[in-house]
Design a protein around this ligand. Structure first.
Ligand SMILES: Cc1cc2nc3c(=O)[nH]c(=O)nc-3n(C[C@H](O)[C@H](O)[C@H](O)COP(=O)(O)OP(=O)(O)OC[C@H]3O[C@@H](n4cnc5c(N)ncnc54)[C@H](O)[C@@H]3O)c2cc1C
Length: 424
């Protein structure tokens, strides 16, 4: 793979005069990038979509998509294709912690009757195909190495494919949909607007033989297990736990996973006795929490590159869809008008920090896994259907909690507003 100095040398010698081939280059072709490329291409823009990965391919992430995420897919005409892959709609939700069982039908959102957990190998490929069908040019296995600058603004990218000379492509706008460790954020020195410590680890794998009982979440102080049915009658068992003590040695991870799964629930412990782990264990320790400044001259960020939060509430995919939708909406303007583009991106940035503030607080609170902080609330109200419905709708992201900073949700003091109660 060519390195950045080769790329820069290439950039310096390249002929920089001539017609722009693309209006927008989108780097990263998963939930945020493929959708952004698809929507901009549908709006008539000329799009180049790059990813260093080959497709279809998996990525290190569990993949529960809440109702608002599925509603986006429905609106874009892609939900049927996702469901046709055999991934079940999860029409019941239950949250369990010692002495508590909060259960109900999954909240509906228009035609959407529950959440769904399509494997990323499947979902991301459908999104990329939709971008290509909309007219975007897609180059997989293509690593973005450097940015091309002109008059203080980003004006293109240098990217390389294995064993080939790096190539310069120019565009009016470069969009970084390249994930939480975004190269574009690094090269543009996009500042962090807010940053909080990493709070959890996630370990997950796929199991056969687990009863299919909708989406279930089992919590104890400091840990939680999500049971999420997915394709092929398999269940994703995702364990999240707080980052206390020393990091867990590689050799001990499988054992830690199994023993913590059992500790999170006697019911699950029983079910595991008849179940079989079908795939290797996937482990993730890099779960940061931040907002970055999502734009500058000639560039913008979308998805995890712009804003990442702890995966406990499973919001990242839905958030990436929402951001891509909003970014494409703002860019429904002539993209060679730098003044209009800059104004549109400023509005996008303002919207982004406002729109995700409450769910960010919710995710940070959930990531502390302090079941005790609202345990009595859950015990007292678990048989009140209106309360349960509000907790379930808040989890699904249909009813956003609106906590004020440093007040009950964040400090962990008991809260009477069920929309502020995280289920673990
Ligand atoms: C352990 C874990 C569990 C999670 N579980 C859930 C869940 O259940 N539900 C949910 O909604 N969210 C979940 N998330 C969050 C979710 O994975 C992310 O929010 C989502 O993937 C963000 O999508 P994205 O397109 O912004 O970035 P990514 O999915 O990270 O995609 C970025 C793409 O950019 C490409 N790229 C990066 N750099 C370059 C470069 N220099 N050149 C070319 N290409 C590049 C990468 O190859 C990659 O394909 C989880 C996250 C983690 C870590």
């Amino acid at each position: 793979m060519p390195d950045e100095s080769q790329a820069a040398a290439h950039c310096a010698t390249n002929d920089l005069v001539g017609e722009l081939v693309f209006d927008v280059i989108v780097v990263g072709a998963r939930c945020a990038g493929a959708v952004t490329a698809m929507l901009l291409a549908r709006a008539g823009h000329k799009i180049l979509l790059l990813d260093r990965a080959h497709f279809p391919s998996d990525t290190l992430s569990t993949h529960y998509v809440h109702q608002p995420g599925l509603a986006h897919l429905h609106r874009w005409g892609l939900l049927e294709e996702v469901l046709a892959t055999g991934c079940p709609t999860l029409t019941s939700l239950s949250f369990h912690s010692p002495g508590v069982r909060l259960a109900g039908p999954a909240p509906t959102l228009g035609a959407i009757t529950g959440g769904c957990a399509p494997r990323r190998l499947v979902l991301d490929h459908i999104l990329v195909r939709a971008a290509v069908e909309a007219g975007a040019e897609f180059r997989p296995c293509s690593n973005m190495l450097d940015l091309h600058w002109r008059d203080g603004a980003v004006a293109g990218v240098v990217h390389g494919t294995r064993n080939r000379t790096p190539q310069l492509e120019r565009a009016s706008l470069v969009i970084g949909a390249d994930g939480r460790n975004s190269t574009i954020a690094r090269l543009t020195r996009a500042p962090y607007l807010r940053q909080d410590p990493r709070l959890t680890y996630t370990y997950y794998s796929y199991w056969s033989g687990i009863p299919q009982q909708g989406f279930r979440l089992y919590s104890v102080q400091g840990a939680g297990t999500a049971c999420i049915p997915t394709h092929d009658d398999l269940t994703l068992l995702g364990l999240a736990f707080t980052r206390t003590g020393k990091p867990i040695d590689n050799r001990d991870r499988q054992q830690t996973y199994l023993s913590m799964l059992r500790q999170t629930s006697p019911e699950l412990e029983q079910q595991l006795a008849d179940a079989h782990q079908e795939e290797r264990l996937f482990c993730c320790a890099d779960q940061p929490n931040f907002f970055r400044q999502p734009h500058g001259p000639g560039w913008a960020l979308v998805g995890d590159a712009a804003h990442t939060k702890d995966p406990g509430p499973a919001r990242g995919i839905t958030d990436a869809f929402t951001q891509a939708d909003m970014l494409a909406d703002h860019l429904n303007i002539p993209l060679d008008d730098h003044h209009q583009v800059s104004e549109a991106l400023t509005h996008y940035a303002q919207w982004l920090s406002r729109a995700f503030d409450a769910s960010y607080q919710y995710a940070l609170h959930a990531a502390r896994m302090d079941v005790n902080s609202h345990h009595q609330d859950l015990i007292d109200n678990q048989h009140d259907p209106a309360y349960v419905d509000r907790v379930l709708r808040a989890y699904a992201g249909i009813l956003e909690p609106s906590p004020r900073r440093n007040e009950p949700l964040v400090t962990g003091a008991p809260s009477r507003d069920p929309a502020q109660v995280t289920p673990w």
